[in-house]
Structure formats: structure tokens, C-alpha cells
Design a binder for this molecule. Structure first.
Ligand code: PEP
Ligand code: MN
Length: 348
């Protein structure tokens, strides 16, 4: 439930409404990014009784008769806070010195996995040289096979942060569980929720409370509503620094690893005020197709792309088939510059 206090409501009236909601099993969160007096009332995680839809407002009116005079119920829906109408001009997400969602289109590049100090540092310097604004690299890897390399974990986080600092680039890396959120946040500027964890609700709740920028990838079979509803978990907990990322959905043709849903990029830009990136590396799974996917996504309105790049692509420990070399990245960045100008934007 979303509530907006009347402009003349006093702080004690606001406190009264919130206290009553808390007494009936709700957590209340002030949504500072929407200005004063707007808050979300979210069902607490442990509660004595099940609360049917609509019941909390009725219970609040019973417990606090003045509620109706001082607070207004806002329309809900799965993505009430994420909808475009809330911020027609769009949200800008600040990551280190870079902004996502402004006029400039951003290029996030780096290895699928952090493999060694030498590999991540050499790749970081190469992607900066090729024109990227942000460094990516996985330390906690969600692998299809349990027998495959699972990432360097804490060591990987440290190496990534060190490489980012050396190259002067902010870093993005995946966080797979709620317990790891603080640790990953100590080392990364942008916290990635991978496709497989798009609906890991305990993780989304933790990241909502943490308030650090999040990159939320779309699950391979998620509808747009499910994807935006997942983002809403963070928006409703006070964190509006959320970037969406289309990374390909499950298709029927195995030639491409996934089907990069370019229309979804345009659709979520229309539906939501959140910035949107595209990941044509996982979206196509083929080195030769990554550039085409990236150009298409920028033409469709994406605010940037995430590209997997390895200083020696043929040696990549994970996702070798889609890894670009530094030279290929430089060529793609040049093409993206042209596409960005064609759609009235600029690169970087
Ligand atoms: C990744 O970006 O490293 C990754 C694992 O991607 P996804 O979650 O989209 O599969
Ligand atoms: Mn990968």
C-alpha cells in the first residue's frame, strides 16, 4: 500500500498513521526520493495474521479515525512506483562518476569472470582504452553446471575493485544472495542481480534497504510486468537507483544462446522511468553477433550496453564463445558512437 500525507498533515499525524500501520503488522518506509510525506506500507515478513488485500486501509481507518483526513491512498499495481508517469523525464542513476539514464549512452565492459589479477587488470585497462565507462566482472558466478568454476568469491571482488581503481572505472559485479549484499557493496559501485535471481525476493529486499545502485537483469522467461514488479521491491524500500538490463529471453532456436528482446527495451522505456541497459553478449551468445545486438539496442532506446570482453578471449574460463577481444570492443564502441548520434544521443 502506498500513502501520501496531505500537505497540511503534521509530523505527529504522520507518526500516528505509521505507528498504527506498524501495530497491525506493516513495515513503513518513507520514500524520500518522492519528497516528504509519501511512504510505502509493506507487509512485515513475520506477522501474526494473514491480511487480505484492502484490509490494511480498513484496519487503519478503524484504529486511527483521522487517517482518512490526513492521508490519501495512492493507486497501486505491480509497479506503481516504477511507472513512467511518476517521473516522465526518467530516472538517472549515478554510479561513481558515471550517470546512467542521462543523454549519454554508457558502455559497461569486462570479463564474464574475474580469473586472476593479471587478467582483470589487463582487461580493465584495455576496455578503458577502447572507450568503456564502467568495468564488469563476476566474482560470484551463477553457473548452469555445479561442476563448473563458481568464481573467485571475495578474492575476485578485491581484484575487481583494484582493477577498477587502477583503470579509473567504476565497477559492477553480481551479488547472488542477501547474505553477500553488504560484502559485495563494499567492493562494487553497482550491484548486479543476475537473470537467475531476478525474483530472489530476500535479495531484492536487502538491496532495497541498502540503497546502493542496482542493475536488475531480466530473467530469461520473465514477462515485463514480472521484471518491473521485481524492481518495485527495491523502489518500495526507498531505493530508486535501479537500472534494468535486458539480457535475452528463452527462444526456440539454439543458434543464438538467447533471444535479445529489443522490443522489450523500447517497451520498458515506455512503461517505466528506470534506465535500461542491454546485454547482447548473453543475449546472443556469439561473438560475431554482439555488435549487431548492441547497435540494435541503442537504436531502440537503451541507455547503454553491457559487453563481455577478455584480454585474451580464447582463454576465457567462462562464456568464451561470446567474449570480445579489445580490438573488437573498440570497433563496436565506434559504431555505437554513430548509432547514438543518429538517435540524438552521445556516447560516454
Ligand atoms: C553475467 O552478466 O555475468 C551473467 C551471469 O548474466 P545473466 O545473469 O544475464 O545470465
Ligand atoms: Mn557471462
Amino acid at each position: 500500500m502506498l500513502l501520501r500525507m496531505q500537505p497540511d498533515a503534521t509530523p505527529s499525524q504522520t507518526a500516528c498513521v505509521r505507528a498504527h500501520l506498524e501495530a497491525i503488522g506493516y513495515e513503513t518506509v518513507a520514500l524520500g526520493y518522492l519528497g516528504a510525506g509519501v511512504f510505502a506500507a509493506l507487509p512485515a515478513e513475520e506477522t501474526a495474521e494473514a491480511m487480505p488485500e484492502g484490509a490494511p486501509w480498513a484496519a487503519l481507518q478503524r484504529a486511527c479515525p483521522e487517517a482518512e483526513a490526513v492521508a490519501r491512498l495512492e493507486a497501486e499495481g505491480n509497479f506503481a512506483l516504477g511507472q513512467r508517469a511518476r517521473r516522465p523525464g526518467g530516472t538517472r542513476v549515478r554510479v561513481g562518476g558515471t550517470e546512467i539514464g542521462g543523454d549519454a549512452v554508457v558502455v559497461v565492459a569486462g570479463p564474464c569472470s574475474v580469473e586472476s589479477r593479471e587478467q582483470v587488470l589487463a582487461t580493465a585497462l584495455a576496455v578503458r582504452e577502447a572507450g568503456a565507462q564502467m568495468l564488469r566482472g563476476g566474482a560470484y558466478k551463477p553457473r548452469t553446471s555445479t561442476y563448473d568454476f563458481q568464481g573467485l568469491g571475495r578474492t575476485g571482488l578485491k581484484l575487481l575493485a583494484e582493477a577498477g581503481a587502477r583503470a579509473g572505472l567504476p565497477v559492477v559485479t553480481e551479488v547472488m544472495s542477501a547474505e553477500d549484499a553488504e560484502l559485495v557493496a563494499e567492493h562494487a559501485d553497482l550491484l548486479q542481480v543476475g537473470a537467475r535471481n531476478m525474483q530472489n525476493f530476500p535479495l531484492l529486499k536487502r538491496l532495497g534497504r541498502l540503497g546502493r545502485p542496482v542493475l536488475l537483469k531480466r530473467a530469461p522467461s520473465a514477462t515485463l510486468t514480472e521484471w518491473l514488479a521485481a524492481a518495485e521491491y527495491m523502489l518500495a524500500r526507498g531505493n530508486d537507483q535501479v537500472v534494468l538490463c535486458e539480457r535475452g529471453i528463452r527462444g526456440f532456436d539454439g543458434y543464438t544462446r538467447n533471444t535479445l528482446d529489443v522490443a522489450a527495451v523500447a517497451a520498458v522505456k515506455e512503461l517505466s522511468h528506470l534506465p535500461v541497459l542491454a546485454d547482447p553478449s548473453h543475449g546472443t551468445g556469439r561473438r560475431s553477433l554482439v555488435g549487431a545486438g548492441a547497435r540494435a539496442a541503442i537504436a531502440a532506446g537503451a541507455d547503454g550496453v553491457c559487453l563481455e570482453v577478455h584480454v585474451r578471449p580464447e582463454e576465457s574460463v567462462s562464456d568464451r564463445e561470446q567474449a570480445l577481444g579489445p580490438g573488437e570492443l573498440a570497433r563496436i564502441v565506434a559504431e555505437l558512437g554513430a548509432v547514438s548520434s543518429a538517435v540524438g544521443r552521445r556516447l560516454g
